[in-house]
Design a protein around this ligand. Structure first.
Ligand SMILES: [Zn+2]
Length: 271
């Protein structure tokens, strides 16, 4: 197991346990055209329009209940025509890794141009003491690289990519049909609204705060019906999602619980 996988699967769960930081949506149908699978602490989102199915992120490597959960929400993963990665951390791009079964084998893959530097290990993910954490995911060639602001049409679905650097340097948020905003690991959400994502695994939290400020100014919040996060579910009040994104929740504070309704430990239950 690589250092970053060890960190994602063993260190992060222990550090986060009991802090209420991770509260993804349960596997299910969320809105009229969005559904999701929960893999431990993270969501994969599916958007359907007419006969077109796209996905945001790909979850973990070798997640054991993936097919069972896909069936539960009537998703055939090989029907996914295009899959947009917010970033290439192991909980988001692991499902595309070439050393395991890729359930999205027929999907065109899209990611940010800058994010590719982690796939090629041109960038280290994070420096932890003497260790430069390297990315552990390899995805097959032929993926598409997106520029900031670029619009992609997948049949009748319009997907606009917004560069939101901070968690990683090439992190993208995606706005689908001008109404559905997928923020990946840039926003942490609880009953008080959206916050800057947790510092522990951000490459640069200050940069993330600036990026969210810019994003809020670039999109038309009044048109957005839902804002989705990768680890904290979603909200139908778009302005709430940006309410205090200039503040980093302090998980280190003794007794601090970010979301009292979150599971104690997302990694222990599979269902
Ligand atoms: Zn993540």
């Amino acid at each position: 197991m690589s250092l970053i996988d060890y960190f994602a699967m063993h260190v992060v769960p222990k550090m986060y346990r009991g802090k209420g930081a991770l509260h993804p949506a349960e596997t299910g149908i969320l809105t009229d055209n969005v559904s999701c699978i929960r893999e431990y602490d993270v969501n994969i989102f599916f958007i359907r329009k007419n006969n077109t199915l796209i996905a945001i992120d790909a979850g973990y490597k070798n997640y054991p209940s993936f097919l069972k959960k896909a069936k539960k929400i009537n998703i055939n993963p090989s029907d996914v025509k295009a899959l947009f990665l917010t970033h290439v951390d192991p909980d988001h791009a692991g499902g595309l890794d070439i050393r395991q079964t890729n359930h999205f084998s027929d999907a065109e893959i899209y990611l940010g141009r800058i994010e590719e530097n982690y796939l090629t290990n041109t960038y280290h993910r994070k420096q932890i003491g003497p260790f430069g954490l390297k990315n552990s995911i390899s995805i097959k060639d032929g993926y598409h690289l997106l520029e900031d602001g670029e619009v992609t049409m997948i049949d009748d679905l319009k997907i606009q990519a917004y560069l939101v650097p901070g968690h990683t340097l090439g992190h993208m948020a995606y706005l689908v049909d001008d109404q559905l905003l997928f923020t990946g690991d840039s926003i942490a959400l609880n009953k008080d609204g959206g916050w800057c994502f947790f510092d522990i695994f951000n490459y640069n939290s200050k940069l993330n705060i600036q990026s969210l400020h810019d994003l809020k100014n670039r999109i038309n919040l009044s048109e957005i019906r839902y804002v989705f996060t990768a680890h904290n579910g979603f909200t139908d009040i778009a302005s709430e999602a940006f309410r205090q994104t200039d503040v980093i929740p302090n998980l280190k504070k003794k007794g601090f619980v970010f979301d009292k309704t979150a599971p104690y430990d997302c990694f222990t239950d599979e269902e």
